[in-house]
Design a protein around this ligand. Structure first.
Ligand SMILES: [Mn+2]
Length: 329
């Protein structure tokens, strides 16, 4: 997979790395790891993202290496880059505000990703949809280029692995994931510190918001489908941000019979965001696709520019129909 891009990388000197809107541990950890490696081989990488770095990932932002996109500051950089790496996505709309400048840049675009959808945004695609995290591919690329992870690289990759595998508990976790993690431990990372940086940064307000989320939970289809929601008012009352809800959707799968969980929230402009999770063979990516969303078989998302309450009701109605037709005995 990396054979074709190796000569391009060797020749190039300036790089732009980016990831999806509302970046997660995998997107950010992969960026930091790859940029740090590129610097070590005397290349000039810049990390430019459409969204800011969430608080719990600030520890990865060494020396403010991760920049937030501002057209006046970055359009030139993006247009002059030799190579643009798009990490952890292969659909251009998830580049959000950066979509047009990236698609119009003469740079060679390379996607490194593990998602199923691909709209041909890049000339070169290093995509392994069986990989549990983009970081696994970044690790393999660094190894392919005869690099060795240092502490920074290892911290980025380990953060990416534990966030995208849910602490190595998701089904996509495979032997190679554990071998990579073992190698990163040998570099000297501290797993407890990384875990604490990512998962133990809650605030009193986030806990109140989680309380509302749990209180709103409804169980349907004999307990197989569980869903919950947060309105704009809930965010205002708890002085919380949308990014504070990371991981909330996972609670919908914690009920004993639950195989499909949904978390809805109202966006600041009154629209609808849907996060879907499932267990085993329940494919929620296929459902998300019918609404223009995407992701993985067991973890997908949909954004709908439509008013919250009626849209939530419509999605739920269709989801129950979908579930009953395909999975109920
Ligand atoms: Mn990922």
């Amino acid at each position: 997979m990396f054979q074709r891009i190796t000569p391009i990388l060797k020749k190039a000197s300036t790089f732009v790395l980016t990831t999806h809107v509302n970046p997660d541990g995998d997107g950010l950890g992969s960026e930091i790891a790859l940029a740090t490696f590129l610097k070590s081989i005397k290349k000039k990488p810049r990390i430019i993202n459409t969204s800011p770095v969430p608080k719990q990932y600030q520890f990865l932002n060494y020396g403010g290496m991760i920049e937030q996109y501002e057209p006046s500051r970055h359009d030139k950089v993006i247009n002059k880059a030799d190579v643009i790496f798009v990490l952890d996505i292969s659909v251009s709309k998830r580049l959000d505000r950066m979509q047009s400048v990236i698609l119009n840049s003469p740079a060679v675009r390379i996607c490194i990703d593990h998602h199923l959808d691909n709209d041909g945004l890049a000339k070169y695609n290093c995509v392994d949809e069986k990989a549990p995290a983009t970081a696994e591919l970044i690790y393999n690329l660094i190894r392919h280029l005869k690099g060795k992870p240092d502490l920074k690289i290892a911290t980025g990759l380990y953060t990416a692995l534990i966030t995208d595998t849910g602490g190595f508990r998701f089904n996509a976790t495979r032997p190679s994931t554990m071998r990579i993690a073992a190698d990163l431990l040998e570099v000297g990372i501290r797993p407890n510190e990384i875990y604490s940086n990512v998962f133990e940064q809650g605030t009193y307000n986030t806990m109140r918001l989680l309380g509302i989320t749990l209180n709103n939970m409804k169980s349907e289809c004999q307990g197989a489908v569980n869903w919950t929601f947060l309105t704009d008012e809930d965010f205002k009352n708890t002085k919380s941000k949308r990014s504070d809800t990371e991981g909330f959707v996972d609670y919908t799968l914690r009920l004993e019979k639950s195989v499909l969980g949904v978390f809805f929230y109202e966006t600041p402009d009154g629209h609808t965001k849907v996060s879907l999770r499932s267990k085993g063979n329940v494919d929620i990516q296929a459902f998300a696709k019918t609404y223009g969303g995407g992701g993985h078989k067991n973890a997908s998302g949909i954004t709908l520019r439509k008013p919250f309450k009626p849209t939530m009701a419509a999605v739920l109605r269709d989801l129950k129909k979908y579930f009953n037709a395909k999975y109920s005995k």
